[in-house]
Every structure is written in structure tokens, then in C-alpha cells.
Ligand binder design. Structure first.
Ligand code: GLU
Length: 488
């Protein structure tokens, strides 16, 4: 048998712009891209835009932007099927000429009535082949009446079609479960089936990797290839992606438009790593794989048949890992637009890059997404913090001890000439001993005074970055807040 690299490996991603690309679409694109790159082949982008009624404005741009954002660059295309209509019409004509197809004049009303009747009888909806057997006289009458026909394929009446799927193995469909499907619609546009196989043939596609939902279309495609005496590509249907508890993937779970992940601050490399593991695995253990490693190891043998489960916590964890791997400079570069976008308007722009960099050196460890960065870091930028006095007292020092301790801390720190984490730590730790306080309680109160929250980056480093003036101001504000809770 020829090895993959000896043949010409040509893959395609063929999205329909009937909606924005979601996780499943992009997983398909990724597997095609990985397979092509692994074998040194070609990755083609083809926009299947023949369903004019369901076309969504702007979808093509979002598809292209998403692929670019993820670095899934294509070698050919994008080809647009809407610009290739004559090719499909010629093929439909060839199928008509060779008696593999026929003209169907049935009106939408007749088809609808037929469908209703079938539903009533609990039969699967299927064209009843009314026009397959028209007499010559009937045909010329219908033609003369000026009705625009559709072209339907003559599915063999008996027997079955078997093909080999690279993931599912031997797959057989009985012909009586397939109907005489439409090839060319009355508006002159091809259906998915016709345009898809014509293009896969003309674009010399070697492997079709697509979602499992297309498996039932494949026998139709195989029949078309046979009718046209064309060699069919190899097929590999990718397992479904389900949400937690094996439910259908919902918007909440990630069926959402892929550009949402960009807006939420996921890194392309983390997305690629995560998506690669939705259906493929290296060894059931390894979770973190770079793009290069994925290309090196990707193979269809390790694509599973069972549905992959989408797990948002895993995606967040993975993104955190990739965020921590960035150099500080790169992290700042990527987080800056999110700070700009999401910090309150009261924070003066442009943000000072060297200050941002000091702040983010404390945040990088903690962020799971870039969109979290402004929330984790806002207290570094705000002039005044707003928080509840209750927070200061909950499980910490009582108001009187807190007021006393913070006042003394304020007096000591006010005199400080050197404002760095080590000096601050030295002073505040000895103060804890001096006042006979518990470190956890005292530092807990200070943390709230400085950050307005209970969980934040290490206290002394935070204070060092914030600077003397802001810290002292925040202590003062805390003292004012505590005042009403203090007994006289
Ligand atoms: N246009 C189809 C889609 O939107 C392509 C399916 C295929 O790859 O054949 O997914």
C-alpha cells in the first residue's frame, strides 16, 4: 500500500456560511489542517455558500477571521461555490444525459402534502419518485407549462452501498433508506451533495474529514462518484462533541461562536491544544501539546469513535497554563487590550506600560483568561476602592483592634523612605509581634484595606507596586470606614 506521503494529500475545510463557526466546526478545520500538515499536504478552504436562503450576513468574514486568529492558515482558496455554478450545472446535465438523474416538476405544495401524509403514516419522509416515471408526453406537457424543474438523482431501487470509513470502519446503507435526492434546485443552485462532490473531485481532495453528522450523506456521495465514474476520496467522520453529562452541546457549554473565546481572552495555542483533544489523543495521558507536537503526532488511528466531551474547566485550566508560559512582555502585550476594554472609564488612558507590567507580574500566575485580568487587577488602577465594612470585620480583627493596628502601621510606614516588598514585610511582621496580633488576621485586614478583597496577589508585593501614596491613602480610608463601628 502506498504511504500517505507518497500520494498527494489534499484536505479541505468546507464550511457553510449559514451561521458563525462554533467549536465543532473549528475542530473539523483543525483536524483537516493537522492531517494536511502532518503529511506535508495541502489545506484548502472552500466556502459552501449555495444555500442562499440560509446565508448569514458576515459569516464568511467571521470564518476567515477565526481561522486566522487560530493560525489555521490555508494553502488554497477561499473558493466560493456561488462563483462556480456553471460547473455544477454541467455535471447535473451530464448525469441527466447518462440517465443517472431526472427532472422533477413536483410543486412545493405537492411535496408538503406528501410529507404530511408520510408523517401521518409514521413513515420516514422520502420523495415518492413521482417524476421518475413520467411518460414522454407528460414530460413535454410539464415543460410546455413553463414549470422550472429540479434535478433529482436516480438512487438505485434495490441493494445497498458500502464504504470504508477511516474511523468508523465498514459502513453500509440500504438504498431504500435513501431517496431520490435533489442535485440542482429550481433556482439553478446546486444542493450540498452535488456541489460538494463536484468540488472534492475537481479540487483533487484525497481525504474528507468531517463531522459524524455527515455520515448519512456519504452513501449518496459514493453513489454520485460511481455514477460519474470518479474516484471517491477517503472518508473519515469525526466523533460528535457533547456537553457535560453527554447532553447536546449547548451555547452555554461551548457551542457558541468561536470568536467568543477570543473575546473572553483564550489564547489560540490553548484553543488548538484543547480542540485537538476533542476526539483525538496521543496516549490517553498527555494533555499539553504544542502545535508542532500535534502536527508531528496527529493520526486518524488515534481518533476515537465515541463522542468527545466538552469540559470548560479543562479549557480554563489549559488556558491558564498557556498564559503562565508567556514571557511577561508577551503577557502584557496580550492583556493590554483587555485592560483598555474593561477597566472602568474613570481609569485614565493611555495606561502606563511600565506600571501595567509591574501589576501584571503579580497577576499572570492567577489569570485563567485574559478577560479576567481587568477584574483581578482593577484595584491597582482605581483611585478609590469601594467595599463593605463588613468585609473588613468578617472573621478578622474587631473594629477597635483593626483601627489601632492600622493607625500604628500607617504611622510607621509614613516615615519609610524605601518602599519595597522586603522592607514592608519586615516592618509589618515585627508590628504583628509588637502588638501581639495573629498574622493571618492582621494581614487579612491590611489586604482588604489595600485591595478591597480577600483574595489578591501577595500583600507586600502588591503594596510595593501600588506605591506609598496610594497605600497610605487606602489605610486612611479604611480607618474612616471603621470609625462608625468603633466603640467610643
Ligand atoms: N458545508 C458542509 C458543512 O457546513 C461541509 C460538510 C463536508 O465537509 O462535506 O459542514
Amino acid at each position: 500500500m502506498q504511504s500517505e506521503s507518497e500520494t498527494s494529500v489534499r484536505l479541505r475545510f468546507a464550511p457553510s456560511p449559514t451561521g458563525y463557526p462554533h467549536l465543532g466546526n473549528i475542530r473539523t478545520a483543525l483536524f483537516n489542517w493537522l492531517f494536511a500538515r502532518h503529511h506535508g499536504g495541502i489545506f484548502i478552504l472552500r466556502i459552501e455558500d449555495t444555500d442562499t436562503a440560509r446565508k448569514v450576513e458576515g459569516a464568511v468574514d467571521i470564518i476567515l477571521d477565526s481561522l486566522r486568529w487560530l493560525g489555521l492558515e490555508w494553502d488554497e482558496g477561499p473558493y466560493f461555490q456561488s462563483q462556480r455554478l456553471s460547473v455544477y450545472r454541467e455535471t447535473a446535465q451530464k448525469l441527466l444525459d447518462e440517465d443517472h438523474a431526472y427532472l422533477c416538476y413536483c410543486s412545493p405544495e405537492r411535496l408538503e402534502a406528501m410529507r404530511q401524509e408520510q408523517t401521518k403514516r409514521k413513515q420516514p419522509p422520502k420523495y415518492d419518485q413521482h417524476c421518475r416515471n413520467l411518460t414522454e408526453q407528460e414530460k413535454s406537457q410539464l415543460k410546455a407549462a413553463g414549470i422550472t424543474p429540479v434535478v433529482r438523482f436516480k438512487t438505485p431501487l434495490e441493494g445497498e452501498t458500502t464504504f470504508h470509513d477511516l474511523i468508523y470502519g465498514r459502513v453500509t446503507f440500504k438504498h431504500d433508506t435513501l431517496d431520490d435526492f435533489v442535485l440542482l434546485k429550481s433556482d439553478g443552485y446546486p444542493t450540498y451533495h452535488l456541489a460538494n462532490i463536484v468540488d472534492d473531485h475537481l479540487m483533487a481532495i484525497s481525504h474528507v474529514l468531517r463531522a459524524e453528522e455527515w455520515l448519512s450523506s456519504t452513501p449518496r456521495h459514493v453513489l454520485l462518484y460511481q455514477a460519474l465514474s470518479w474516484q471517491a476520496p477517503r472518508f473519515a467522520h469525526l466523533p460528535m462533541i457533547l456537553g457535560p453529562e453527554r447532553a447536546k452541546l449547548s451555547k452555554r457549554h461551548g457551542a457558541t461562536n468561536i470568536s467568543e473565546y477570543q473575546k473572553q481572552g483564550y489564547l489560540p495555542d490553548a484553543m488548538i491544544n484543547f480542540l485537538a483533544l476533542l476526539g483525538w489523543s496521543l496516549d490517553d495521558r498527555t494533555e499539553l501539546l504544542s502545535r508542532e507536537e500535534l502536527i508531528r503526532h496527529f493520526s486518524l488511528e488515534r481518533v476515537g469513535k465515541t463522542a468527545a466531551i466538552f469540559n470548560r474547566e479543562k479549557l480554563e485550566w489549559m488556558n491558564g497554563v498557556y498564559l503562565r508560559r508567556l514571557s511577561l512582555g508577551e503577557f502584557v502585550h496580550r492583556a493590554m487590550p483587555f485592560l483598555d476594554r474593561d477597566l472602568p472609564d474613570s481609569v485614565r488612558r493611555p495606561l502606563d506600560e511600565s506600571y501595567v507590567s509591574q501589576v501584571l507580574s503579580l497577576i499572570q500566575e492567577r489569570a485563567k483568561t485574559l478577560a479576567e485580568v481587568p477584574q483581578l487587577a482593577d484595584f491597582f488602577f482605581l483611585d478609590e476602592l469601594r467595599y463593605d465594612t463588613g468585609l473588613l470585620l468578617k472573621g478578622k480583627l474587631d473594629a477597635k483592634s483593626a483601627t489601632g493596628a492600622i493607625t500604628i502601621a500607617w504611622q510607621k510606614l509614613e516615615k519609610l523612605a524605601t518602599w519595597d516588598a522586603a522592607t514592608l514585610e519586615g516592618i509589618l511582621r515585627s508590628l504583628t509581634t509588637e502588638l501581639n496580633l495573629r498574622t493571618g488576621e492582621f494581614f487579612g485586614s491590611l489586604r482588604i484595606a489595600i485591595t478591597g478583597r480577600t483574595a489578591a496577589p501577595p500583600l507586600f508585593q502588591t503594596m510595593a507596586v501600588l506605591g506609598k501614596e496610594k497605600c497610605l491613602k487606602r489605610f486612611k480610608m479604611t480607618l474612616q470606614l471603621l470609625l462608625p463601628s468603633c466603640p467610643n
